[in-house]
Design a binder for this molecule. Structure first.
Ligand SMILES: [Fe+2]
Length: 232
């Protein structure tokens, strides 16, 4: 499996603080069956043009994983805050691996009225917006037509694994299942922040696919589509 959204880099955001915790996350991901994982630290506007440190940290983490014989490949990425400043930096934003996808952080509370403008600007620049956990946004749950419109305009929807498992609440789970049912371009990712409470695991979500196309659909959202997005 491929995990497109994971806060695994140490000391850069609200993910792990020390490298040991990053390694514990890597071992947990590997044990779950994940072989490629994108490091997606939160990226704030002051770093929109300055994100070489992500590549450097990913290289360092991969070197340690190789030393420990753990066959997990970490790829560089970012969770980019959907703020108006994005419009001035569209061409320099970090992508998911070497592809053309930008993971956009959808705020949990409030929905910026410029979200559609940001999405359109990325698309004009030839980029593919991937909306991070739309099911977790209070406003999207109240007005699901917003996310439906964005999906119809070509955004990929990234659903969080814990939302599918009902760990974020029933309304989150209901919207997550509805989006997975209605839109082919969905991926499921962990949005992991540590090894224990918000771990990088995807396999437990398989049971949610019993009425959503079963094994074949599960494979699509945790492997086939993520692989295509990473390749651009
Ligand atoms: Fe995240």
């Amino acid at each position: 499996m491929i995990d497109l959204h994971c806060h695994i880099l140490p000391g850069v955001d609200d993910g792990p603080i020390e490298i040991e915790e990053s390694l514990a996350m890597a071992r947990r991901a590997y044990a779950d069956g994940i072989r490629n994982l994108v490091a997606t630290p939160h990226l704030l506007p002051q770093h929109f043009d300055d994100h070489g440190w992500i590549q450097e940290q990913v290289a360092r983490l991969n070197a340690i994983l190789a030393e420990q014989d753990l066959a997990l490949q970490v790829l560089p990425g970012a969770e980019v805050a959907a703020v108006p400043e994005i419009l001035a930096h569209v061409r320099n934003l970090p992508r998911l691996a070497s592809g053309s996808c930008v993971l956009l952080e959808v705020p949990l509370i409030g929905l910026p009225n410029y979200l559609e403008e940001v999405v359109f600007a990325l698309q004009l620049a030839g980029l593919r917006p991937v909306l991070a956990h739309p099911e977790r946004s209070q406003l999207i749950r109240a007005q699901p037509e917003v996310v439906r419109r964005l999906a119809e305009r070509g955004c990929v929807l990234q659903i969080n694994a814990p939302s599918l498992l009902g760990r974020a609440g029933r309304a989150e789970r209901r919207l997550a299942l509805g989006l997975l049912r209605d839109y082919p371009d969905c991926v499921v990712a962990s949005d992991a922040h540590d090894a224990l409470y918000r771990p990088p695991v995807l396999s437990p979500t398989q049971r949610a696919f019993a009425r959503l196309g079963g094994e074949a659909r599960f494979r699509e959202v945790v492997h086939d589509l993520p692989a295509k997005l990473l390749a651009g």
